[in-house]
Design a protein. Structure first.
Length: 230
């Protein structure tokens, strides 16, 4: 069985974008972990960041359980996630401890610095985790697959490359993700629920499914090697 580690800049990012894939994989028997680098606690129109941190962490824990996984948190602040070796080694140590087969995180180009910084930290953390010559308390671990989620804030040069049919888990994913007030509505002017439902319809239409989630991979991975043309 695999273990998928989804790493988001804010609580909610991974659930909204690829939560349906996580749920589908969990039902297949994979272990699922969601790692949130910040709570995303500064976006509430009324609640203080402290109150909203508490709410977001509760929502993340409930949503992770509903998606068949567990939630982990790093203690960084919304809007203030640095790109640093401290963050990279924290993530690398988690990778060495959990030994995920697959990691899903943000695409590199984003309007939100926490998302772009998450990408940079995670890519280096995967490298640090895999190098035996980098001595930490746990031995090295290499991740097999790295995928980038399709997030409305990370659109520049994102190409939908891998499509996963999520029709069979779609309603359950909607219910799980609606644990977040941000997704259900009323916190942000951005229509999260409508957007990601519609996106699943669009990606599904493009691959012959009712609902699908698309992800991107590193450009280096986009090659097909053939002996002869068919
Ligand atoms: Zn975010």
């Amino acid at each position: 069985m695999g273990h998928i580690l989804a790493i988001g800049g804010h609580c909610g990012d991974m659930e909204f974008t690829c939560g349906a894939v996580l749920l589908k994989q969990a039902k297949k028997g994979d272990k699922i972990t969601l790692l949130h680098l910040t709570p995303g606690e500064k976006g509430h129109p009324v609640m203080s960041p402290e109150e909203y941190t508490e709410q977001k962490m509760k929502e993340a824990t409930t949503a992770a359980k509903a998606l068949g996984g567990d939630a982990l948190f790093l203690p960084y602040k919304d809007g203030e996630l640095p790109v640093s070796d401290e963050v990279k080694y924290q993530i690398a140590d988690i990778i060495r401890e959990l030994k995920p087969t697959t990691i899903i995180t943000h695409w590199k180009n984003s309007i939100h610095k926490d998302h772009a910084n998450t990408h940079l930290n995670v890519v280096d953390a995967i490298f640090y985790a895999a190098i035996p010559g980098i001595k930490r308390s746990l031995p090295a671990h290499g991740v097999k697959g790295i995928y980038y989620a399709e997030n409305w804030e990370d659109p520049y040069d994102f190409q939908p490359y891998v499509y996963v049919d999520v029709t069979e888990v779609f309603e359950e994913w909607l219910e799980a993700t609606s644990q977040y007030a941000l997704f259900a509505g009323g916190v942000s002017k951005f229509p999260y629920k409508d957007y990601y439902k519609s996106l699943a319809v669009i990606r599904g239409s493009q691959c012959g499914a009712k609902y699908a989630v698309a992800m991107d991979i590193e450009p280096m991975g986009k090659k097909r090697i053939m002996e002869y043309l068919p």
